[in-house]
Design a protein around this ligand. Sequence first.
Ligand SMILES: C[S@@+](CC[C@H](N)C(=O)[O-])C[C@H]1O[C@@H](n2cnc3c(N)ncnc32)[C@H](O)[C@@H]1O
Length: 316
Amino acid sequence: MLNSSIHSTPNRGPWGKSSWRGNCSGYIIKDLIEHFKPSKFVEVFGGSGTGYDVAQSLNLNNSVHLDLNPSFGQSFSHESELVCGKYGGHNLLIHNIPGADFIFSHPPYHNIIKYSGEQWGEKGKGHPDDLSRCESYEDFIKKLNFINGKIFSSLNNGGRHATLLGDVRSNGKYYSIIKDMAYFGELESHIIKVQHNLYKTENKEYSSKLIRIHHEHLLIFKKNQIWQIPITAVKKVFKDLRASKIPTWRDLVQSAVEDLGGIATLNQLYSVLENSEKAKNNPNWQAKIRQTLQIHREFRSIQRGVWGLNLSYTAA
Ligand SMILES: C[S@@+](CC[C@H](N)C(=O)[O-])C[C@H]1O[C@@H](n2cnc3c(N)ncnc32)[C@H](O)[C@@H]1O
């Protein structure tokens, strides 16, 4: 039942293949169908057939399930020929998506699990348009955005796109797909799905302070207008702290001492900060730096005109 923003089912149910890496619980698809009662259900990124099996068990006679894997089902030829069933060889980067009032998608989580050449197809031979084989994370997000745009366009007005996505960690770096991708339509619900039965390699003990990922996100977008699509796109910018009006003098001086290796002369600090936004707006900026060093306990005097960091000070 979908009655809260947390979805947690310890078992995935009898649908699809439990041996298929990266499959999803059939309960999430079952609960979506039972909650929204779509008149036409389309599933893309069909994988091991979990969605198809769920639709069959619910006697849904108007559902279409698609995947790039040619062995997923009948051969896809044209979206106008699709009747209820499973179709393989459907490439979301190229082929069209049939109209529906509900589309469920469960894309690869970047390259965490490779599909073509591993889960299906000739061993080691990846498909160039397989989203689990993108050349970079940026390329993955770009392609996912394109596909999400296509999914959204294909919906009937009033229709919904529910997408299941995980966060991933690779070489210690955290990637939040749902924060980096574009949103098409109004976000109607954000459900946290608790991840049970993690695959054994994902279950490894972390030796560092990294916190294990134990959840996925189910986002539900609604199409509320025929022509005007609200699109929220993410832009990442890098800005030098010194060019910003936000940091305080303490923040700037601390960063300058850090940048200079933890110990700095006054002249070195002046030269690192002289072009900062704050210095440009303060005719007495050198005096301000000296005052900052004296009044904040994050700094310690090493000798006349030389300062170091004292970040482990204890409050008096
Ligand atoms: C995470 S799996 C889906 C698992 C599925 N929900 C299940 O329970 O078995 C992602 C699927 O996306 C498919 N895929 C990757 N790139 C694709 C593309 N360009 N077009 C269509 N399907 C693609 C892969 O073949 C894979 O089966």
